[in-house]
Design a protein around this ligand. Structure first.
Ligand SMILES: Cc1ncc(COP(=O)(O)O)c(C=O)c1O
Length: 439
């Protein structure tokens, strides 16, 4: 294996020349469970959770690591992150339902979203949601009406749009805030929302939240975000006597998809966030809040790989070689959606030297259904097991049935044992909610 950093931690070559993940032969897994197959290494998942918890515990008195479930919202993972002491962020009634199915303690769930439907909020309240992250004035009013009917109170955070736009390698501060999410600073909307929530008969305002983007490499972006939030906290303290008990800096830490990526280590991220909050609180003369963060991608991306079977190899002399696999945009939309780059390897030929530059294509009826471009493989042939690493985040989560393809099975491996955590869909699943035209 050429680039170990983009594979689960316990990936290795075994004695028969195959890729194995924590003692499980990937070629055998592909045979046993079929392809496409999403494989997660349990130890890498737990390791990532522990790194986050430990990095923040070492640096600040009170912290809470909240797994952003959108990266992979499945029951077994929710149970794993709960065992590791993480809280959970959900962004829909469906993710909340999945958390309930996992038996996740509702007190530790945060409900996000810029347009939570009345039924979703009602469902969350009915089932004891811990914290609602309020995104707009309309939502605040809706939530108050629902609470009034229930005669209940609700802990809330307010989502602030700090005007920091994070890019992979830089950040900019935008004067004009153009985002569908949250309360902007322009025109005093954020400040007003704090006053509004504090005066509410049914909302308990515990703090502020911001999320500045995803796949962030430049940690300075977080420093900028915290500075803006600190100024707002000071203003709100002076105007309304607001005490910010919880400060949620959002998610976004970048991960390595290819060897060219160099994301910051979790420790450096924790250092920037914790030192940043400490310094900013000292600057504005406020006490330290509990620091909350919401990593999604960086918890799950590296732990997951997807195994496919090569079905065709098409050589276009002087142009390129297409290797087509039995999945594609329906199990990994990221290359199409964001131009995301991936590596690939052949799990049954790990000892062989790569000699053929190929484009890995999916099987869907779209020319742009390409999983990886210009990757070198060792003489790819029909029947080889092709593996794309770092597919643990936002791949299965965004899977679809396009072209009638079935969402893949998901297995978790540990110490040479594999177990199914999501069954592969069946043809029956595809049509079971459909009704005939007549009768
Ligand atoms: C509000 C919020 N929190 C956390 C996250 C997780 O981000 P990431 O997976 O990049 O860590 C997202 C992702 O979009 C988000 O919108």
């Amino acid at each position: 294996m050429t680039h170990t950093l983009i594979y689960p931690v316990h990936s290795a070559h075994n004695t028969v020349g195959h890729l194995e993940i924590d003692g499980c032969d990937v070629v055998s897994l592909a045979r046993q469970y079929g392809t496409p197959l999403v494989i997660y290494e349990e130890k890498t998942l737990r390791d990532q959770c522990r790194r986050f918890v430990e990095a923040f515990r070492l640096r600040t008195a009170e912290s809470e690591i909240i797994y952003a479930s959108k990266a992979l919202p499945i029951v077994a993972l929710f149970q794993l992150v709960e065992e590791e002491g993480l809280s959970l962020d959900v962004a829909s009634g469906g993710e909340y339902h999945t958390a309930l199915a996992a038996g996740f303690p509702t007190e530790r769930i945060f409900f996000h979203g810029n347009n939570k439907s009345p039924w979703e909020l009602e469902y969350a309240l009915q089932h004891g949601i811990g914290t609602v992250v309020v995104d707009s004035v309309d939502e605040m009013e809706l939530l108050e009406r629902l609470l009034q009917v229930r005669g209940a109170r609700q802990r809330v955070l307010l989502r602030i749009t700090p005007g920091i736009e994070a890019h992979t390698h830089e950040y900019i501060q935008t004067g004009q805030i153009d985002s569908k999410f949250g309360f902007g600073l322009a025109g005093g909307a954020a400040l007003e929302s704090i006053g509004r929530a504090m005066g509410s008969p049914s909302l308990d305002l515990w703090g502020l939240h911001a999320h500045i983007g995803s796949q962030i490499f430049e940690l300075d972006s977080y420093r900028g975000e915290i500075r803006v939030l600190a100024d707002l906290m000071r203003e709100a303290k002076d105007r309304f006597g607001f005490d910010c008990r919880w400060l949620n800096a959002g998610g976004g830490l970048g991960v390595r998809y290819t060897p060219d990526d160099s994301p910051a280590p979790i420790d450096s991220y924790a250092e920037v966030v914790c030192r940043g909050v400490e310094e900013e609180m000292a600057r504005v003369g406020l006490p330290m809040p509990r620091i909350l963060i919401e990593p999604g991608r960086s918890v799950v991306a590296k732990a997951g790989v997807t195994a496919y079977t090569i079905g065709t190899v098409k050589q276009l002399p002087g142009i390129r070689t297409y290797v087509s696999v039995d999945g594609g945009m329906s199990d990994n939309i990221r290359p199409m959606l964001y131009g995301a780059k991936y590596e690939a390897m052949l799990a049954n030929k790990v000892e062989q030297q790569p000699d053929t530059m190929v484009t890995v294509a999916g099987k869907h009826c779209e020319s742009s259904d390409i999983l990886a471009r210009d990757v070198e493989l060792p003489s790819p042939q029909v029947g080889d097991t092709l593996v794309i690493p770092a597919t643990g985040a936002y791949c299965y989560a965004m899977a679809s049935n396009y072209n009638g393809n079935l969402r893949p099975a998901v297995v978790m491996v540990e110490d040479g044992k594999a177990r199914i955590i999501v069954e592969r869909e069946s043809f029956e699943d595809l049509v079971k909610r459909q009704r005939p035209l007549h009768g």
